[in-house]
Design a binder for this molecule. Structure first.
Ligand SMILES: [Zn+2]
Length: 1120
């Protein structure tokens, strides 16, 4: 049977109906279960778990800390969960003039009259299928009505609501001990941005740019060809894993220095000679003794500080050209080190650029004042700095960040410097409570005012001329007539009189109400729908997933996204369960009992019912709750281990098509889909391919089926969120493909057990269901003449070269865009970018979100290097590289990254830095962290996996990173490591982070490490008993139970403060991080050390120091 046939026949019995098969799993016995399905339960674990983790202790002890039923307030506090458009609901905002408040005449669906739910508007077409006779349900289902047959309809009470006697089985049948839940080993990195320094006040083009120059790692000392492949041979001092004395003071890296005007760079000399401080050509940098930032707040925020060099430079006043002996640097930290260690250092790790220093400097320099966007080409504060944004004509950096805010005028310059022109765009980003949400603008029936030629939307860059009768486009220069209803006089400066009253004239970000011309088929959309599709095969039942999920959904459905302050969500919901066959449920409000319809013909999926499948939660509450009570019971004794997957997505897609709405599928899936059906997969995992030319195959889907399905999903606004609960290989690369292309989210809970992992799963689910989201979206990026968007990275689909198509886009999803020159740019006019996102809101309103950003253009490379942002650059690089592994072996991908970065730094050295000896490594101030962050990317599990990293984990990480914004990639690649024992209990502040290296850890300390996906607390074996008692409620190190899933709730300031820190950190990240306790020298420590990014990694990744040497060598080769 074909889809068309079904589509056409809604409202009447469908032809396929008769084919429904009765359930069969009841007839199956254990013998039918492939042993392989059970193996993994208590068997050997793959991945990290196996080598690094003791199985027992990781489990949450039964009975402790039951999963919360709702998200802790802290995780949601910053998010306008219910009202995406807090201010939007007040059209145009309170301060706007009347004319702007006019509701769109053409919009027939303002809240209230437009929310159509299926059960309300559908003519109650009774799909009374003639098929009851065909259904023979197992005993467990006896209480549920089958497909509309009225057999049981008369007596709801007795029929379906009795508490099941056997319900709790699921929970009790959990294996006592499971493999560790740790599913994704990762790493990450911080970033750097320009520093705010006085030096920059005199940035004359042509003059040597401020740099932080790390000079000289003399060639002689470089490893012959320190490739990324082999363990770098750190000459001399392999940042030892253990501090000799065992008690390093954790080094606060936050140190400040006073750069002096005119100083171009900080220069490090080579390992053998010791460090050299080279004063800038023009004046030189006079380092100060442990100076603190005092005088130098650069008046111009967009001018980065010259050379806040490595942390220790500042600590010693040096005459020009005098060499520093690293061991003589009087930094307090170094003084605390054991002598023998210091003397073995050839390169002092404290003397190379420190991410912590850069982050802390930016916080203190730029965190106190609001970042206003009035000025073109301003570099915003770092993503790690807490700052307030005031939109004064350019989009907030929360919506759009660039790698450089000053772009070369010509493509020749761009090629020469190799700095990618890129913007990281997060169109629906959540803003803090104290920042204004984009206003909604209504231009009436004619729709938003646009340029006649390039179709750019009205924005602050448009120039009104001829007394306001026309405007000239900032993007294509075409002149467009102003429509009479939009006319306004100009003031003496040429500004429209209503400039400040109209968001589209004075702000960088705002929304337009779209007219029917912006809708598919010229029809306003219906409100979207959510469909929950639950795997009820053996593994999903046994892990406790189904029981947990069904219980949670009962309350979670109260939190569906709502528009503004409307009372109820317009989103309708539907439910499907599946294993080898699919079960649809009729939950129409008028039914006494939910009804199940089984579709066993998975080869040609269709939806057996329309009326009653997608319903309003409030109206159908009783029926839905009954269904959610019954599902775990019905399948409690299932022996079915096989699942389908392709047909599940097809079913959801068909349901949305039939209901003529966009929507999202929430699929909860546990196994590789081995059952005979479209999209069936085989286990093709092969770790022998790692590090071979065929490695890319592991990232490619094993069939084109899902690619085609994804395309169809996007065309119909069907987004797919995938929650995976695998006990073995499930082929994430293939299963995740539809999610990837539809703008969905993927979650993976390896070896899921409800008791141990329920908290994490439920928190993720809550956030995922509740978050701000737009459907059926198209994003277009327009640019002014001279550059154009040429490449896009993220989770979406593109069927042409300009439109980014998204079945849905939520507040966490980011799209990275690369620009190239197609003409010369002009310094005076700069370059403008306009991102327009057309989407359907959660209430079904069609809107356009517009973000505008203007950049400077330069004819001097020095200007470019002064206005870069390394974090954004890294975000682009990692997305480029992670996409690259689809078609290339990882080695050339890594080499390409190294090469491009070396060219960027070499170009700076050649054109911007002051003359100096070749032995000096000179880095631009804004990019001094490029080497350390780049190294983190190169060592990541995707590009250079250790033996313990599973193929699925790599595919999973790859997919996650594709949608990450700058702040996420920053912490993901260079984790945040906080010395807990240094926290101040009487302030809300966190302790200053330390660098991610083992030698920074003190045996007497406790540290918290997080990277957005993983959260550890590491406890040193010499930690004071008092502190241990205060935090863990035991008397000694040995008594700490590393298997605890949550910190004990103790009534003392240390416990409170640490738990509060954990809560705050979790709330800052889009995904809930499960807490793992790691004791020093415990088995689990291997896992923890994987995240100490400055150290040499177990899989051969270079240490930071070694990599810096390697980069220096590459740069020298380019220069010679
Ligand atoms: Zn134009």
């Amino acid at each position: 049977m074909n889809h068309q046939g079904h589509m056409a026949s809604y409202g009447q019995p469908q032809p396929g109906y008769q084919e429904y098969q009765p359930f069969v799993y009841e007839n199956q016995h254990m013998t039918g279960v492939p042993p392989s399905q059970y193996g993994p339960y208590n068997g050997p674990i793959q991945g990290y778990q196996q080598t690094a983790v003791p199985q027992g202790p990781l489990r949450l002890p039964p009975g402790t800390a039951p999963p919360p039923t709702s998200i802790p307030p802290s995780t949601t506090a910053q998010q306008p969960i219910y009202n995406q458009y807090r201010q939007g609901e007040v059209l145009n905002g309170p301060a706007l003039p009347d004319q702007m408040q006019r509701l769109p005449v053409s919009q027939p669906y303002m809240p209230g009259n437009t929310l159509r739910s299926g059960s309300q508007t559908m003519p109650s077409q009774h799909y009374a299928p003639p098929l009851s006779h065909a259904q023979q349900l197992p005993n467990q289902m006896a209480r549920m009505q089958i497909s509309g047959v009225s057999v049981n309809s008369a007596s709801p009470v007795s029929q379906g609501y009795d508490p099941p006697a056997s319900r709790p089985q699921v929970a009790t049948s959990l294996p006592p001990v499971g493999p560790t839940p740790y599913s994704t080993p990762l790493q990450n990195a911080p970033s750097s941005t320009p520093q705010d320094n006085s030096l920059l006040q005199q940035p004359f083009p042509g003059q040597p740019t401020p740099a932080s120059t790390f000079t000289s790692l003399p060639t002689a000392n470089l490893p012959p060809s320190l490739g990324m492949q082999r363990p770098p041979m750190m000459h001399g001092l392999p940042l030892p894993g253990q501090a000799p004395s065992g008690t390093y003071p954790s080094m606060p890296n936050h140190r400040s220095m006073d750069p002096q005007p005119g100083m171009p760079g900080v220069i490090l000399s080579g390992p053998t000679q010791g460090f050299q401080m080279q004063p800038a050509p023009n004046q030189g940098f006079v380092p100060q003794q442990n100076g603190s930032f005092g005088q130098m707040r650069a008046p111009q925020p967009n001018y980065p500080a010259p050379s806040v060099g490595a942390p220790n430079y500042s600590s010693q006043p040096q005459p020009q050209q005098k060499r520093l002996d690293p061991d003589s640097i009087p930094s307090p930290q170094l003084n605390e080190l054991p002598t023998q260690k210091k003397t073995r250092h050839r390169i002092d790790p404290d003397a190379i650029p420190s991410p912590i220093q850069v982050i802390e400097d930016d916080k203190s320099n730029r965190g106190s004042e609001p970042f206003t966007t009035a000025v073109r080409g301003q570099v915003p504060p770092l993503v790690t700095t807490d700052f307030v944004v005031k939109d004064q004509g350019n989009a907030s950096p929360r919506f759009m960040r660039c790698a450089t805010y000053n772009i070369p005028c010509t493509s020749d310059m761009a090629k020469q410097c190799q700095v990618p022109l890129t913007a990281v765009i997060k169109p629906l980003a959540t803003l803090p409570a104290d920042e204004a949400h984009p206003f909604i603008v209504d231009h009436g029936e004619t729709g938003p005012i646009r340029c006649n030629r390039c179709k750019a939307y009205m924005c602050p860059y448009m120039q009104f001329i001829e007394g306001g009768r026309r405007f000239q486009c900032a993007f294509c220069c075409c002149v467009t007539e102003v429509l009479p209803h939009y006319f306004q006089h100009l003031d003496h400066t040429g500004k429209r009189m209503d400039y400040y009253d109209r968001p589209e004239l004075s702000l960088g970000s705002y929304e337009f109400l779209a007219t029917v011309d912006y809708c598919k088929s010229n029809k306003f959309p219906n409100p979207p729908a959510f469909i929950f599709m639950i795997d009820v095969s053996y593994n999903a039942m046994k892990s406790g997933l189904v029981h947990l999920l069904c219980e949670e959904l009962k309350s979670l459905l109260d939190f569906l996204p709502r528009e503004g302050n409307t009372e109820e969500s317009a989103i309708r919901v539907g439910f499907v369960t599946y294993n080898k066959v699919l079960h649809f449920y009729n939950v129409k409000s008028t039914l006494a009992q939910p009804q199940m319809m089984v579709v066993s013909d998975v080869a040609d999926m269709f939806v057996p019912l329309l009326d009653g499948f997608l319903v309003n939660v409030i109206e159908s509450r009783a029926v839905i709750n009954s269904l959610l009570d019954q599902i775990p019971e019905m399948f409690a004794d299932t022996r079915e281990t096989e699942t389908v997957f392709g047909p599940v997505i097809q079913a959801g897609l068909e349901a949305l098509k039939a209901a003529e709405c966009a929507g999202k599928l929430f699929i909860f899936h546990s196994t590789l889909p081995l059952a005979e059906a479209p999209g069936k997969l085989k286990n093709r995992d092969d770790k022998k391919l790692v590090n071979t030319d065929k490695e890319k195959v592991l990232f490619q889907p094993q069939t084109s089926f899902y690619n085609n399905l994804a395309k169809e999903c996007v065309a119909h606004g069907c987004c797919v969120d995938l929650f995976l609960f695998p006990n073995q290989y499930v082929d994430v690369a293939t299963l995740g493909l539809v999610t990837y292309h539809t703008g969905g989210s993927i979650y993976k809970y390896t070896y899921f057990q409800a008791q141990a992992d329920g908290e994490r799963f439920l928190n993720d689910l809550h956030r995922d269901v509740r978050k701000v989201i737009g459907f059926d979206a198209v994003m277009r990026v327009r640019t002014s003449t001279g550059i154009r968007a040429t490449d896009f990275f993220g989770s979406f689909y593109m069927s042409n070269t300009t439109d980014v198509e998204l079945a849905a886009l939520d507040c966490d999803k980011t799209i990275t865009v690369e620009f190239k020159h197609d003409d010369k740019l002009n310094e005076d006019s700069g370059a403008q970018i306009q991102c327009a996102l057309l989407y359907t809101s959660c209430s079904g309103q069609r809107r356009l979100r517009i973000h505008n950003l203007s950049l400077n253009c330069c004819t001097q490379l020095a200007d470019l290097y002064r206005n870069c942002e390394t974090d954004t650059l890294i975000n682009f690089f990692v997305k480029l590289a992670y996409r690259g592994v689809l078609n290339n072996p990882t080695k050339p991908v890594r080499e390409t990254l190294i090469n491009q970065s070396a060219q960027i730094l070499a170009c700076y050295r050649k054109n911007c830095a002051s003359p100096s000896s070749a032995g000096q490594l000179i880095l631009p101030e804004c990019m001094k962290l490029l080497p350390v962050y780049l190294n983190c990317v190169l060592k990541s599990d995707v590009l250079q996996p250790g033996a313990e990293v599973s193929t699925d984990d790599r595919a999973y990480i790859r997919q996650l990173v594709a949608s990450m914004d700058v702040s996420e990639t920053n912490v993901f690649f260079y984790p945040r490591l906080l010395p807990v024992h240094k926290m101040e209990i009487d302030t809300d502040d966190f302790p200053v982070a330390i660098r991610c290296s083992e030698e920074r850890l003190s045996k007497g300390g406790i540290y918290l490490l997080e990277n957005g996906l993983n959260l550890f607390i590491w406890v040193g074996m010499n930690t004071q008993h008092d502190l241990i008692q205060s935090i863990f409620n035991v008397q000694s190190f040995g008594q700490i139970d590393s298997g605890m899933a949550a910190l004990p709730q103790l009534d003392n300031p240390y416990s409170k403060k640490l738990r509060s820190m954990v809560d705050i950190i979790r709330a800052q990240r889009p995904r809930f991080m499960k807490l793992l306790i790691v004791k020093q020298e415990d088995k689990m420590e291997v896992l923890f050390k994987h995240f100490l990014m400055e150290d040499k990694s177990a899989n051969g990744g270079a240490s930071y120091v070694d990599f810096l040497c390697h980069m220096h060598k590459e740069i020298r080769q380019l220069l010679s």
